[in-house]
Design a protein around this ligand. Sequence first.
Ligand code: GLC
Length: 544
Amino acid sequence: MTYSYNPNSETWWREGVFYQIYPRSFADSNGDGNGDLGGILAHLDHLNDGTPQSLGVDAIWLSPIYPSPFDDMGYDVSDYCDIHPMFGSLQDFDNLLRAAHQRNLRLLMDLVFNHTSYLHPWFQKSRSSRQNPKRDWYIWKDPSPRGKVPNNWQSVFGGSAWEWDEATQQYYYHMFLPQQPDLNWRNPAVREALYDVMRFWLERGVDGFRLDVVNAYFKDALFRDNPPRFGLRGYDRQKHLYDKDQPELLEVYAEMRQLLDSYPERMCVGEVMDGHPELNARYCGEGKLHLIFDFNFTRQPWHPAAFQNAVLRAEANLPPGGWPCYTLSNHDISRHLSRYGGRYPHERAKVAAAMLLTLRGTPFLYQGEEIGMRDGKIPYAMIQDPPGKRYYPFYKGRDPVRTPIPWDDSAGGGFTSGKPWLPLNSDYRQVNVAAQRDDPNSVFSFYRKLIWLRKDCPALRRGSFEPLIRRPSDGLAYLRRSEGQTILVALNFFALPATLRLDFDLPAQKWRTILGTHREADEEVALERTIQLSPHEVWLAEAI
Ligand code: GLC
């Protein structure tokens, strides 16, 4: 079979499927219980071996692999231009990048530019004295006139965002842990140093970046107090008017975009804190960031109307040059099958995958969703994630979504020959890659079929999105249309047979099945204004 997807086109990031690797939990090649670069290299075939035997994704995003004390699991970087020895070396990284590129797999690094680790040499210098040239690289303030913290800003992970430094008698600002001081983006030298980090990785050949909390780089120049609002935890009890989303961001995005555009075929995707389509629209598109994650799906109940509304809202707010970017799960949020799976994890995994992979926009998968993983259970004594320790048992942190990938049903799940840093999920003997590889009805087989089909369908990769039901109640039906191809997607969200009544005329009467959970490929179906679906049926058909 020949595929029409051209991985070398300028728009690869609009058409390709992205896959997030959480390196510590992906695969361990040296038996220390922690995933590493060697483990990723050894499992590239799973991601894309050039045939439909593999998942077929087009790009991987690596969560941080830099040197770090791991106070926030690597999102606290102490050197932006090296690799943590637990993961390997720069040499290992180059080998991985070369091997990925040989398979047309692109690679994104995660840039955590809002803050560094307190162990970063920049901060060590900055805190060494008020006169140090790096002092102004971070955000230092005197106590308030009453001798207290400079203002009411809260840390996302709990408590005041200000930490007192005894030695130099000032506070520094940390949006996350005290071990994660925020950089001062108002200082041009800081900007230049961070752009140099981008150049360092671009020169090595990476294809782009995921930008961590990209809308928090600037804080209010006057350090005004945030107004209160109703919420449970400290951070949620304020309107964040002054500690993020400042107008200066746009200048930085323009500079970053220019830098990226000076290399061929590079891109970035931003994580916008508390993002929503109206806000994201400010930050992405021409001269700004290429993509911004739309996290709306992660907040929806399992109902077709909820998802359709989220899609319509995303579409309605797209700025010029913008492009939707959907995701169901990542390393910070409960896995979607734990949120929606209920009594039908298998079935819902397929409906959710079919939706994610056939909408107009760039889909991001999170490692493990392709085998239908759910959140693990982590006993208190084994919790590693700082907010998990702080808020247990009200919030158990993010370890449950970061448990190791089970590759098979052996003692270490094929993940490690040692003791995994977080326990394998209790169902790993059933839910693992090997068990699903040869099963044509597995969740994994379904993901690969969808992804390889998508490569061959211009309508799915770049066609228009046209919903066919105004107020969906049982399932979704929509068209994807490009020049020369029209594809119909019909999804039954529930466990009862459904008759989807369409509010619009279809552009064709006869449809040929191209993928379905309940119909054979090539089966021809005549349609008027209704579509009959079996429980949890996924049906994709092409107009003839
Ligand atoms: C982002 C990351 C999260 C991290 C935080 C602080 O939200 O996704 O894992 O804890 O930034 O860097």
